[in-house]
Design a protein around this ligand. Sequence first.
Ligand code: ADP
Ligand code: ZN
Length: 751
Amino acid sequence: MLIAQVIVELSLDRKFDYLVPESLAEKVRPGVYVEIPFGNSSRTGCVLSVVQTERYNGSFALKTLRGIKSNSPQLPEKLLQLGSWMADYYCCSYEQAVKALLPGAVRRGRQNNGKRRYTITTQEAVDEFIRHNNDKKSAAKRIAVLQALLRQDDLTADEIELACGAGASVVKALVDMQLLKVSSVDPSKQRRRQLTAEQTADTARIPTDEQAAALQGIYDLIDHPEAATRTGLLFGVTGSGKTEVYLQSIAHALEKNQSAIVLVPEISLTPQTVRRFRARFGNLLAVLHSRLTDAERRGEWQKIYENKVRIVVGARSALFAPLTNLGLIVVDEEHENSYKQSEAPRYSARDVAVMRGKLENAVVLLGSATPSLETYYNALNGKYKLWKLTHRAEDSPLPEVKVVDLALARENARQNGENASTLFTPELIAAVKERLRLKEQVILFLNRRGFARELGCPNEECTFIAECPDCSKPYIYHKSRRMLSCGLCGRVEPVPEHCPQCGEDMLKTRGVGTERIEETARRLFGYARIARMDSDTMRGADSHEITLEKFRRGELDILIGTQMIAKGLDFPNVTLVGVINADSGLNIPDVRSSERTFQLLTQVAGRAGRGDKHGQVIIQTYSPYNDVIRYAVAQDFPAFYEYDAAVREILNYPPFGHMIALYAKSSSESDCAEVINAVFEQAKKYCHESVIAVDPAPAPLARIKGKYRYIATFRGEKITSVRKALRHLVLHEVWKSSVELYLDMDAQTLC
Ligand code: ADP
Ligand code: ZN
């Protein structure tokens, strides 16, 4: 008698037993998708395991499987095990974890194919429409659709209906008004791009001594599958040739008939990176990035599944590529935040990579110029191997970093009777001009988009600040669009003509964003060719690539942007990087704010002087003596680590303990507080005495999209039992239905 344990595509966190009919005995295996009777209907499920049992005596009625789902792939067993581990460790349901193993496009099959996708025609037209109709009830549906599409590149009519409940007639009306159009993916263009990429071939460089040492260590691990420690950190300064080490390590794994996965942050999945891999490995490579259409994604996945490619490069979810005989997993920029998924399963791709490595006995190589504290801690402790690259590969020296005190600059300007601008100090202006004169390129960085952080009333008796009605955060002000936008929910609204509270005519901005930097730069360096890159300007599928390509070809002199430009870019002609204000991330009350600031400053600085010309970095700050900024200026990661680790050790924060966050969300604040308090009290009973439990309180983002949010945290070395208790309380106990609960294991931000 064969019994299959099946999970259904509902988040029940339960396995159901079904009898396997004789005719299917051969085909029903773990990882296979099957049709099952469920209640009064039929559903699809995934087989987790199959057990042979003699003892079944027919006294309880088991239902029988209906059949195998047609055309469905089979998940490899090791991946299923990984899914189970994720469900348990990251405290989500089995269904959610298993779902993450397959791309949506593959899971859904062909049904979405050929459906029209809609996109906005121009942002100007849409903004104009919203400005004129914002107060009209009759336009609410149409505005909701436009807002959804301001946030996403394109959506199908079904997706639009799901997102904002607007039917086909609303979409049609918007198309007739020329606000929406059918988005076109031009297949010939796509093909051309791939062809040009394949033409250039590339061969391995002769490794530097440091690269050679790292490679020897990695080859050793690949050649000796019995070696116990199979994870290593490649700690190499920016431009030290980490990518070259990845490439040669992969080549070595291929020689052993093994396959490899390379994870990179989505943001650095640029044509430039892809080109380097493609040039080395040609058709053995599959690339998974977020701009693939469903059909393309299915195609790539099928190639992997059928063993036609041996290397997969992609963002977070590429980790689940069903490669056989996996020998090597590379996680580039392992410290990156984007490896943590923000919805369930809330996994860290870096940590799951280490787990997949364990399950498949593959080597895991984590690379970074600014490792996470967790990884560096493991490397220092010998849990991971450690290889260092301390020099740049082409022997161009690291850039010279200079700090400019903004407070002092302001004071000097005041004494000279000048109108003090704290955006561009005289030092920065002079440096930019010099680079322009030499026909070299400049990157200016500020990690805040929009024109200003907020818009408020200057009148002292008035307290008005333009705020999103649904979220607890001020609106970002966009000057040229004459719009306000919410950084949390994406809602946009026209700028009010005068203060809605006191009638004051001129509203005042506070805090600068990249749009303001662009405006000022155009005034100061009018003759330069300038572009801005942030999530406001980079809408549309290719705008990112186009701007970077122009910059590479030297058709732009100055590139201004947010963290979008901080990472992974390699432009030999960039000789100056200016950080407009280094302090913006420092004052956030989060245990990781120092680490993030250090990483960001090091990464942006690393964009300068990558060619044979010497690079220069200017960091403007109000706190030149701040420890984090001093270590970043000295480009001294080990010193920064000592400093930050000391603080965290006292407080039991990662890497010295784990941390799990419990969140509650509800449109009723009292329900929210009541439920989270009840769960918290129950969970506390399972805390080891060394665990620090922080009482529930409103979350830092206290309200998003009209929902109140509360948070409680548990941290310490021994949190397994409280994690298990919390998982049960959240997934299986019944609380007020108005409250949504979820857990974030190894939370990266508390927000
Ligand atoms: P990282 O990934 O550490 O930022 P890259 O791998 O991008 O560094 O290397 C920086 C530059 O140095 C690239 O242009 C690369 O082609 C070059 N490079 C890397 N290794 C070598 C080598 N052994 N010999 C010559 N050039 C190298
Ligand atoms: Zn909002």
